[in-house]
Design a protein around this ligand. Structure first.
Ligand SMILES: Cc1cc2nc3c(=O)[nH]c(=O)nc-3n(C[C@H](O)[C@H](O)[C@H](O)COP(=O)(O)OP(=O)(O)OC[C@H]3O[C@@H](n4cnc5c(N)ncnc54)[C@H](O)[C@@H]3O)c2cc1C
Length: 287
């Protein structure tokens, strides 16, 4: 199938983009890497009359570090998460997650802002942003506002973005000395979207003092799994006993049966991933 006809415009500045989006109302849609949007247009899942290509806007790029934060521009490509020294040192969770996103061609074009705006429940980066306590900078012709990642994701493909608004950048707290991160996902083939996945951050010394665990693939949107996060406080390596968190996984996750995958299987996969990630986290705190 082919997309319906649309007009295409490439704004020269961020302010220009804001103006076009405002004038276009709901019929003007931004395109960044195009790796999700173009597939959707070709399948006629949406049919905007105007595509606003923000993919080269300087104001939306850049990776920088200051005042205990790392700022990633919305146009940070998935491949930059793998190649950036700042990301590898301060945000290793993002570097680990990026290796699982699609294939090389997709990582070359796809962007952080596009992934967060699209809010696919099986995507890696929304879960990482929530686990890391990131804050999104959202802009429009009315100015900028900041929204915590955990408040940004509202439901299935649903976010706090308002019409005409763009994700400008994402601010992540830099790594703390007593922080450990863990990431794991299960998919049918490497590069496929995850059937179930887990991104986690823990603070501790010889054991996990506090943790934020965020599932993806088996939930409708990225949110902190509060019961599991509370249940794992005090845990030490090696993690051999599922009963510590098994009940909490069932409290936090309520997946539906989907074609080819029963809800009970998703819960089983989530439990397996939880043990793997907790092992990684707690090994980070071994005396
Ligand atoms: C074969 C294939 C496999 C894939 N596998 C994975 C995978 O395993 N994991 C994964 O996470 N993703 C996967 N993807 C999707 C990929 O990561 C996309 O790059 C990403 O989801 C969207 O980024 P983008 O820049 O391409 O956004 P686009 O496709 O350009 O846009 C996506 C949506 O976000 C909006 N948007 C884009 N940028 C902004 C912004 N700055 N502000 C506001 N709205 C914005 C657009 O209007 C659109 O609605 C896959 C894609 C393909 C084609």
């Amino acid at each position: 199938m082919k997309a319906r006809n649309f007009r295409y415009i490439k704004p020269v500045s961020l302010q220009h983009a804001y103006r076009i989006l405002e004038e276009g109302g709901g019929d003007a849609i931004p395109v960044a890497g195009g790796q999700s949007l173009m597939a959707g247009l070709n399948m006629r899942l949406s049919a905007p009359s105007l595509l606003v290509d923000i993919g080269d806007l300087q104001e939306l790029g850049g990776v920088s570090q200051q005042n205990g934060h790392v700022r990633l521009g919305a146009l940070t490509r998935h491949r930059e998460l793998l190649g950036s020294d700042i990301v590898r040192k301060e945000l290793p969770l993002l570097a680990q997650a990026a290796t699982h996103i699609g294939h090389v061609a997709i990582r070359n074009r796809g962007t952080l802002g596009g992934s967060l705006a699209y809010a696919d429940p099986a995507a890696e980066l929304p879960a990482c942003a929530v686990a890391l306590g990131a804050t999104l900078v959202l802009g429009s012709s009315a100015g900028e506002r900041e929204v915590k990642a955990e408040d940004f994701f509202k439901g299935l493909f649903e976010t706090d973005l308002r019409p005409g608004e763009l994700i400008v950048a994402v601010n992540f707290p830099a790594r703390q000395p007593n922080m450990s991160v863990g990431f794991a996902e299960l998919s049918r083939r490497h590069g496929d979207f995850a059937l179930a996945g887990l991104a986690a951050v823990a603070i501790g010394h010889s054991a996990i003092d506090s943790a934020r665990l965020v599932y993806f693939g088996c939930v409708d949107h990225a949110k902190v799994a509060r019961s599991v996060s509370a249940a794992v406080a005090g845990l030490r390596a090696p993690v051999t006993d599922n009963t510590v968190f098994e009940k909490a996984v069932r409290e936090d996750l309520d997946p539906d049966d989907t074609p080819g995958l029963r809800a009970s299987t998703k819960l089983h996969l989530a439990t397996v991933l939880t043990r793997r990630v907790l092992t990684t986290l707690s090994e980070g705190f071994q005396p």
